[in-house]
Structures are given as structure tokens and as C-alpha cells.
Design a protein around this ligand. Structure first.
Ligand SMILES: NC(=O)c1ccc[n+]([C@@H]2O[C@H](COP(=O)([O-])OP(=O)(O)OC[C@H]3O[C@@H](n4cnc5c(N)ncnc54)[C@H](OP(=O)(O)O)[C@@H]3O)[C@@H](O)[C@H]2O)c1
Length: 403
């Protein structure tokens, strides 16, 4: 960890004292240089945060930063995570570092492939509670302008936001259009954990898969950030949910979020032919065929899930956390009239996006949905948090607490 000068926001930017930051899979990809956008190191990772506005770009920089002097050294920083997280950028104070670097080359090997690129544009667009994050804006320039004018922020406002990198720090400077106020009644941790995963899941379910009441939805990666949010939201939409995950603990979380059927694809007996075991389990669970599949995992789970669709079912590919892009025999699509659909935030029209976001915010504000926070790490243990996500061990969202 290093202490850096408090960043000064330029006009059009704000400085936010970060109270909670959420780890997202694209953070792992960016660090491993497997992301759609390449960021030359050194940089501070972290793309989603909540906090308090402490300075405005067009106002005197009158609130001093809180970080003290001194540095927590990291003698083992020569690693993938350490390389990019130890040195920081001008816009971060006391950045996250990687104290846990041994064998990190192994971690890089499963952080995704170029195929994950389809999965990584999801960090923001114009919306009510959410933000037009730098990352999203890079892929969807059309959405950035309206948000820039929508922000009317003051020092002391509680905000949540997204940024390409920089949030695993005590302070982050971002464009005003990349943050939005947190509604009263929603705490910072909830706000930080909610944005990317729930928004991804909701738009995938509603805008892409067109899930409605009575549908049967299979969710892969159902214990992860996007997957658990998809379970929760699909159940709320009135769907019967079959959750597919790799451990009893993940499936327990999925059950608590409303999944009715639970499939452990790593259960004993599934070791030798993963795909066949999943296919058989799904056939037994959904004999009539599912209406939709939400797939943030890819790899060898995708085809058996797709085969479990009924005629005319929808398969939504959201990401490839397994690191492998599946190859699907097209005859399956033809024979069953299946639709395979990709999800990208940029593909959703602004009106639909705003409407869905308002619905999501209302669900959150009334307590009908809550992000599942699986673990919280102090800033100094950010590398461990990233590793938990990189290894697919996270349950729900993993938070960083920089306070
Ligand atoms: N299209 C978009 O706009 C968008 C937006 C957000 C996220 N995404 C993408 O969606 C994917 C999932 O994101 P997430 O936040 O839900 O991630 P996550 O919390 O880490 O969950 C990913 C799940 O993938 C499975 N998995 C299998 N092999 C894995 C491996 N080698 N490493 C990590 N996970 C593995 C795990 O489920 P099991 O229990 O089955 O092993 C894990 O729970 C990522 O690829 C991300 O980039 C896309």
C-alpha cells in the first residue's frame, strides 16, 4: 500500500471519499490485461464504489483528505496483482496493494480470455440511481452526455459510482456523470454491492430474456455476483429458478435468494463428465424444458444448459468467468428454435434502461431486494479479495472497506 497526494478533481469531476468498494470480475480481467480495454500499469484497480463527495472540480478544494502519512510496504509486489495495484495513480490516495502474491502466475491463467470481452462493457450508463461509469461510457458514448448534465452534486452527498479503475483506495476522482446520489434508506455497502451485478442481471432477464411470471429460468454461476442477483430478480419476477453452482454454500445462498431447484455441478459423480452430469441433472429438474438460461460462466456448462431449454427458449450469454468461450452446435438452435442472445448494457435503449433502473431502485429502497455480501476485506487485503473472485470462490459480492 502507498500513500499518495490527495487527488484534485478537475472541472466536471468530483472527489469521493470511498466508504465501500465492490469487486467485479472485470477488475480481475483488467489487472491481468485480459480486459477489453488495456490500461498500462501502474494503476489502482477498482471499478465500483460508494462514498461521500469531498470536493467538486469547479469549487475550492477545501476538504482535506483524511489519509495519513506512511506506507504499508509490500516487498512481494512483483506479481500480476501487485504490479498493477501497488503504485497507484495520481487520482488515488493510499491505494490497494497486493500482499499476497506468491504463485500469482497461476491466477492469471484463468482470469478469462479475449472471449470475456463481450462481458466487460457493463459498468454503467445513464440511469436514475446508477451511473454512467467511465467504462460504460467508453463503449457507449451516446449515454454520457445526458448524465453529465444530470448531476448536481454537493460536498457531503452520499454517492455511488463506477469508474474504469481507481476505486480500491481511500479517495477516487471521477467524472460527475459517473456518480449518482444514494437514496435515503440505502446504506453505502448495499449501494456499492448493488450496482453492476443487479443491473446486469435485471437487464439480462428483462430486456434480453424477456422473463415473465411463470417462466422457468436456469441461472449458471448462481452463487456469484451476477448469478445470485439473477436468482433473486428472476424469483421476484415470478419465475421458477433453477440455480446451478459448484458448492453447497453457493446453492444455500441461491436458495435464500429464491431458487427453488438447486444443482451442484461439482457434486460427487460429476467429476468425470461434467457436461453430461449437468445435462442429466437439468433434465431431471426441468423435464419440460426451461424458458430461459442466464449464463455468466461459459465453458462446458453452457451447452448442457442450452440443451435444457424448451422449444423457443432464450439463452442469454453474459460473460465467460470460466475463461472458456463455449462453442455451441448450431443444429441445437435450429431444431428447437432457440434464441441465443448476448447481453451488453450499450444495447439497451435509454428509455428502457431508465425505466428498469427506476424499478430496481424502488425494489432496493423498499427492501425487496438486497445484494448478498459474501465477504468484506480491508483495503490492505485487496489482493485476497481479488483472488477470491478470480478463483470463482466468491459468494455474492465481495467488498473492500478502505476506512
Ligand atoms: N455483459 C455484461 O455487461 C456483464 C456485466 C457484469 C459482469 N459480466 C461478466 O459476467 C461474468 C460473471 O461475473 P460475476 O461478477 O458474477 O463473477 P463471479 O461473482 O466471480 O461469479 C462467476 C461464477 O463463474 C463460475 N466460474 C467457473 N469457473 C470460474 C473461474 N475459473 N473463475 C471464476 N469464476 C468461475 C463460478 O461459478 P461456479 O459455482 O459454477 O463455479 C463463479 O461463481 C464475468 O465474466 C463478468 O465479466 C458481464
Amino acid at each position: 500500500m502507498q500513500d499518495l497526494p490527495s487527488p484534485r478533481p478537475a472541472p466536471g469531476q468530483v472527489r469521493v471519499r470511498v466508504t465501500a468498494a465492490a469487486v467485479n470480475y472485470p477488475d480481475v480481467l483488467l489487472i491481468a490485461n485480459r480486459y477489453q480495454i488495456s490500461v498500462p500499469p501502474p494503476f489502482v484497480p477498482g471499478s465500483e464504489f460508494a462514498g461521500v463527495v469531498t470536493a467538486l472540480g469547479d469549487a475550492p478544494d477545501d476538504l482535506a483528505p483524511t489519509s495519513g502519512p506512511g506506507t504499508v510496504g509490500n516487498p512481494d509486489a512483483a506479481s500480476d496483482f501487485g504490479r498493477v495495484s501497488s503504485l497507484g495513480t495520481a487520482s488515488n490516495t493510499r491505494s490497494a496493494d497486493n500482499p499476497d502474491t506468491a504463485g500469482n502466475s497461476g491466477a492469471a491463467s484463468h482470469l478469462g480470455t479475449a472471449g470475456d470481452l463481450g462481458a466487460v462493457t457493463g459498468l454503467g450508463r445513464a440511469n436514475s440511481f446508477g451511473t454512467a461509469g467511465d467504462l460504460g461510457a467508453a463503449h457507449d458514448p451516446g449515454s454520457a452526455g445526458e448524465l453529465d448534465t444530470a448531476c448536481n452534486l454537493a460536498i457531503g452527498d452520499r454517492v455511488t459510482g463506477t469508474v474504469l479503475h481507481g476505486a480500491f483506495a481511500e479517495e477516487v476522482v471521477v467524472a460527475t456523470g459517473s456518480v449518482a446520489r444514494i437514496p435515503d434508506g440505502i446504506d453505502d455497502r448495499t449501494a456499492a454491492a448493488f450496482g453492476v451485478a443487479h443491473r446486469t442481471a435485471y437487464h439480462a432477464l428483462r430486456s434480453v430474456a424477456r422473463v415473465g411470471s411463470g417462466d422457468h429460468v436456469i441461472v449458471l454461476g448462481a452463487g456469484g455476483g451476477v448469478g445470485l442477483a439473477a436468482v433473486q430478480l428472476a424469483a421476484l419476477l415470478g419465475a421458477e429458478v433453477t440455480a446451478v453452482a459448484s458448492s453447497a454454500a453457493k446453492l444455500e445462498a441461491a436458495a435464500s435468494c429464491g431458487a427453488r431447484n438447486l444443482v451442484d455441478h461439482k457434486a460427487s459423480g460429476a467429476e468425470h463428465d461434467h457436461a453430461r452430469a449437468l445435462r442429466e441433472a437439468l433434465r431431471a429438474t426441468v423435464p419440460e424444458g426451461a424458458d430461459a438460461v442466464v449464463d455468466p460462466v461459459g465453458g462446458d456448462l453452457s451447452e448442457p444448459a442450452l440443451r435444457s431449454l424448451r422449444r423457443g427458449g432464450r439463452f442469454v450469454t453474459v460473460g465467460y468467468a470460466s475463461g472458456t468461450i463455449p462453442r455451441i452446435p448450431l443444429n441445437l438452435v435450429l431444431v428447437k428454435g432457440i434464441q441465443i442472445l448476448g447481453f451488453q448494457f450499450g444495447d439497451i435503449g435509454p428509455e428502457e434502461f431508465r425505466r428498469h433502473d427506476e424499478e430496481l431502485t424502488a425494489l432496493l429502497a423498499t427492501g425487496r431486494i438486497r445484494p448478498h455480501i459474501g465477504a468484506t476485506y480491508p483495503l490492505g487485503e485487496t489482493a485476497s479479495a481479488l483472488r477470491q473472485v478470480a478463483d470463482g470462490r466468491a459468494i455474492g459480492k465481495i467488498l473492500i472497506d478502505p476506512r
